[in-house]
Design a binder for this molecule. Structure first.
Ligand code: ADP
Ligand code: MG
Length: 621
């Protein structure tokens, strides 16, 4: 119904109009019908009366012997507005006088003639015939004899004109009535439609969140006014609730965004519905790309399946799972992740678990430090053990050396036996060298002192000599025997040991070059010091590895590496205000590869003493 109005106001008007048209129409029809019947009744009586009066006048004229008087009275009757024609006939029905003159004289029609037989007494008779024609007729008596008949035919248009007048006046009255009441409703309905449109605007503003329109103006004093007031109160309450909700939401949001833990929420299909920034950083996938996805779509397989299992378990058992440790490959190459996860059910109503929340903590770093600490601890313990064994062996070795000396002096030995003694002496010397070095290596140097560079480098190389022999690495040494430097010897030894051991790990059947020279700082040429170069012809490193080399725990050696060697070395070098510099080329098809580390230590007693002072202050704190 496209024409049907959409506002209450116009619907009201249309309904009212329809109702009024119907009722006014009905009323008019009824009125016209009653009126028409009335008019017809009156017309019949009038006809009878008119026929009677013409007959009486004719009788009177005949009685007075003035038949010429008949015609004027017929004519007079013909002049009456409701009469179409009046006429006098003789008893046989021949027309004698007619109101319209000779011209309109016509013989009686058969329907009229048929009436004659039906007229018996002095009563006038009224009948209808032809097309809506009505006629009154009355016998004219001459004593007891019928002398003729008086006929009066009514003017039908006069009657219909009367009915039309009634109809017209009731129609105009109806129109005026409808118009007036329409106007009234139009005016009155404003008091409904105005507040309604105010309310409608208010509802829209409420939905769009434009609070500027409130409170709505109360323009009427009726139920609608009350309704608008109630609406205003409702909006105020809603606004209060909404701002409370917003506060809570922003609190929650800030919590989600700033908590230093990963937070994820899953629906019952294990799809991610919400994550925080920390979790996105943990997975390395953009925050928005998590939404609607399952864990295997954003995480490496092992961790994803295990976390998903935990989520499913919560959905089925409706119980939280606490402190689950998950580990697996990370998304960056070579990385291992360890996550501590707590999953718990989220239920908006007590009956059903709707979501599952997960609190995720990345404990990879902690795990790695624990592992590294454990390994370092083990190494240190082994070192201490080695030192104490060396110490214990040292005394018997002294004794053996002395005994061998005595044995050599023994005159009963032949040349073969003497040769054996020489070999034994050599081996014992080697043993004591090893114990000496071991002891020196693990002795903590608490004070900086002048240390011979040659001694330092040789001690390290000696320690690795057996392994280098097995790996087939040829060592080239190039250092000045008189070179010494003021330093913490133990720490410098540790740096060199780390670099040499890395070079050995990367090289098999190649060469290792160790150089040490007096030199100047290549950044600040006024600083003098020592430059140590350790170069290998090993595998070399890619740019990516070079970029991360000095990070703690960065290793490409899997379980056998700690990733701490270079990190510690870097720290030691910085502590000595030194510089470490690296050049490396990874093996490419056909090309040679290798790595060169250069370290510069400033040889500055004053500086080194200051460093020592700083360290002491720091350790007291
Ligand atoms: P780790 O030796 O325990 O792996 P480091 O900190 O000593 O830890 O070394 C870090 C990484 O640097 C090594 O895993 C290795 O990939 C690389 N690296 C260090 N020195 C060399 C070298 N001389 N040749 C090739 N790679 C090296
Ligand atoms: Mg190493």
């Amino acid at each position: 119904m496209r024409w049907w109005p959409r506002t209450v106001r116009w619907q009201l008007i249309v309904w009212l109009m329809l109702l009024e048209v119907l009722s006014v129409g009905l009323f008019a029809t009824l009125l016209v019908n009653i009126e028409r019947r009335e008019i017809r009744q009156r017309a019949l009586e009038r006809l009878a009366h008119q026929a009677n009066s013409v007959a009486l006048q004719a009788e009177e004229a005949y009685r007075q012997q003035h038949p010429e008087m008949v015609l004027p009275s017929v004519r007079m009757m013909g002049e009456a507005p409701s009469v179409a024609q009046a006429k006098i006939t003789d008893a046989a029905g021949n027309v004698l006088f007619v109101s319209g003159g000779e011209a309109s004289a016509s013989p009686l029609e058969p329907a009229e003639k048929a009436q004659i037989a039906l007229i018996h007494d002095h009563e006038p008779r009224v009948f209808s015939f032809g097309n809506n024609r009505r006629e009154g007729v009355k016998a004219i008596y001459d004593g007891a004899n019928v002398r003729g008949y008086a006929w009066v035919e009514t003017d039908h248009s006069w009657d219909t004109e009367q009915v039309k007048t009634v109809f017209r006046s009731s129609f105009s009255f109806g129109l005026i009535w409808i118009g007036a009441s329409g106007l009234l409703v139009l005016l009155m309905s404003r008091s409904i439609s105005r507040p309604l449109s105010v309310l409608q605007g208010g509802t829209r503003a409420l939905m769009e969140g434009t609070s500027a329109k409130f409170p709505l103006p109360v323009t009427v004093e009726n139920e609608f006014g009350d309704l608008i007031q109630a609406f205003n109160r409702m909006v105020a309450v809603l606004e209060e609730q909404r701002s409370g909700l917003n506060d809570t939401l922003s609190l929650l949001d800030s919590m989600l965004a700033n908590a230093p833990i990963g937070l994820v929420f899953f629906d019952r299909q294990c799809r991610i519905v919400r994550v925080n920034q920390v979790f996105a950083e943990m997975t390395g996938v953009a925050l928005s790309r998590h939404l609607g996805r399952t864990l295997p779509e954003v995480l490496p397989e092992r961790i994803a399946t295990r976390l998903e299992e935990a989520v499913r378990h919560v959905i089925e058992a409706e119980q939280p799972v606490h402190d689950l440790e998950l580990d697996g490959k990370g998304s960056e190459p070579g990385a291992m992740w360890t996550w501590l996860v707590t999953t718990y059910p989220v239920r908006p109503t007590p009956e059903k678990v709707r979501w599952v929340g997960a609190i995720v903590m990345d404990v990879s770093e902690r795990k790695r430090s624990e592992d590294a600490l454990r390994r370092t601890e083990k190494l240190a313990a082994t070192g201490r053990l080695a030192a104490s064994i060396a110490h214990e062996i040292n005394n018997p070795l002294e004794a053996i050396t002395n005994l061998l000396y005595l044995l050599r002096r023994f005159c009963q030995l032949d040349s073969v036996a003497l040769n054996y003694v020489t070999i034994a002496e050599r081996e014992v010397r080697r043993m004591s060298e090893i114990t000496q070095q071991t002891l020196r290596f693990y002795r903590q140097s608490t004070l900086p002192a002048r240390a011979s560079m040659e001694e330092l480098l040789d001690a390290v190389l000696a320690m690795y000599s057996a392994r280098m022999g097995t790996l087939g690495i040829a060592v080239e040494r190039d250092y000045d025997p008189s070179l010494d430097v003021f330093c913490f010897a133990g720490e410098i030894r540790q740096v060199i040991s780390n670099l040499v051991s890395n070079a050995m790990d990367a090289t098999a059947g190649g060469r290792l070059m160790v150089r040490a020279h007096r030199s100047r700082d290549w950044v600040h040429p006024q600083r003098e010091g020592v430059r140590i170069t350790i170069a290998d012809t090993g595998s070399g490193m890619t740019r990516e590895v070079q970029g991360r080399l000095f990070e703690a725990f960065f290793t490409t050696k899997g379980a056998t590496g700690t990733g701490l060697g270079l990190w510690v070395s870097h720290e030691i070098i910085l502590k000595h205000h030194g510089i470490i510099h690296l050049r490396s080329r990874a093996a490419t098809a056909g090309g040679s590869s290798g790595t060169v580390f250069q370290i510069f230590f400033p040889d500055n007693e004053e500086l080194t003493s200051r460093v020592l002072a700083e360290v002491q202050v720091a350790s007291k704190e």
